[in-house]
Design a protein around this ligand. Sequence first.
Ligand code: ATP
Length: 455
Amino acid sequence: PAKTMDELVSLCKRRGFIFQGSEIYGGMQGAYDYGPLGIELKNNLKNAWWRAMVYDRDDVEGLDAAIIQNKHVYKYSGHEDTFTDPMVDCHECKSRMRADHMKDIKKCDNCGSDNVTEPRDFNLMFKTNVGPMVNEESYTYLRPETAQGIFTNFKNVVDSTSRALPFGIAQIGKSFRNEITPRNFIFRVREFEQMELEFFCKPGEDEQWHDTWVKLRKQWWLDQGLAEENIEFEYVTGDDLAHYSKATVDILYKFPHGFEELEGVANRTDYDLGSHTKAQEEFGLSAKVKKNEHSTTKLAVRDLEENKQIVPFCIEPSAGLDRGVLAVMTEAYTEEELENGSTRTVLKLKPHLAPIKVAVLPLKKNKPEIVEAAKAIKNRLQKLGLGRILYENTGNVGKGYRRHDEVGTPICITVDFDTIEQEGAPVTIRHRDTMQQEVVNTADLPSFILNYFVN
Ligand code: ATP
């Protein structure tokens, strides 16, 4: 794995994974842009999540709600009142910092001085104006989590899919938080993507589902290539529990800056649906909620055993996509000593996450038959639908291998004179991790490649 964040930042910039946002204007803190390879990696991780959460299960539906929502959503969700971080100012160096680690020792992160203010609450939501008139009522917020769009659509999804408990709704999308101190590359940013599942169940079955989801989510991260010893659980307690949560287990990963949260799995009880439902008093809610004077809809389902409408409990596994990208890159980053004394950098990503699945390299740049054969192979493999297959004509295969090691391409195919001259049109396949080479006939390539990527 990567030992320092700097190694990753440098690889990301050099090879086109991730760039500082607004770089040509001196940057924009807490905003990053995904480059040609970064977007592939991010999409692959996103798709792996969607496959595992929606397609592989038959009890989860997908959703893509709007980022901008009615401001009442954030009034009743509790975010307007309580979505804050404690903030402290330093009198000495004038820097401003997030203070949730300052419970015992109050010292400035920047200069070490203890001449700092008392912590005060800072709301992390970005406020924005909607419509051409600017007045006291025309505001809303950019969503700080995707979850609220799931709760507000609860009835729509139930009615259109006829779901009964237990079932879930999954969503991936951008969230925005005006973090006091964004830092550690894409770990803590102001604009990021979340992959969230809200899994609804009967009260009483919530604790069991919570345990189940903690286990399933850990296994999913292992399937993305994270090593068991680099994952830990943290059982969140007391003051650190969010306003909606009965129990939260954070899944931590050993990032270059230490063990930190990758995903939170929370038992949100009936807090959210109970907050947003009409006729709250009819349901005997277990959570303490604000009285709702605006909702037009009951967010409840019929409990067939008890034959009455109930507001379900909800288990939420909420993962950061950007933190996921950082975690899989950290884990995959490898520097290897070779037999000849040189070193190579390899990104040992799981094949399904690799930005480029296969690179097809003609041995000779200016030999039309070789070039044609290579292009035909690229087109044939591209149609398999595995992701990006790259035809790359630089004429320097050795350098190509090194570059593809660094960006995690699992397989390079070299097309040479044998391909155009010999029967069966053999090509050379070179594997990223072992650097082993083998010969495969062109006609067998599609099934070879399919077998490799689809297990
Ligand atoms: P932290 O304590 O690190 O601020 P959090 O507990 O506030 O995180 P949640 O509200 O549980 O985070 O959000 C769920 C997930 O969303 C987190 O586990 C993380 O992966 C991701 N996430 C939250 N805030 C950020 C951020 N500022 N930048 C990138 N990802 C984030």
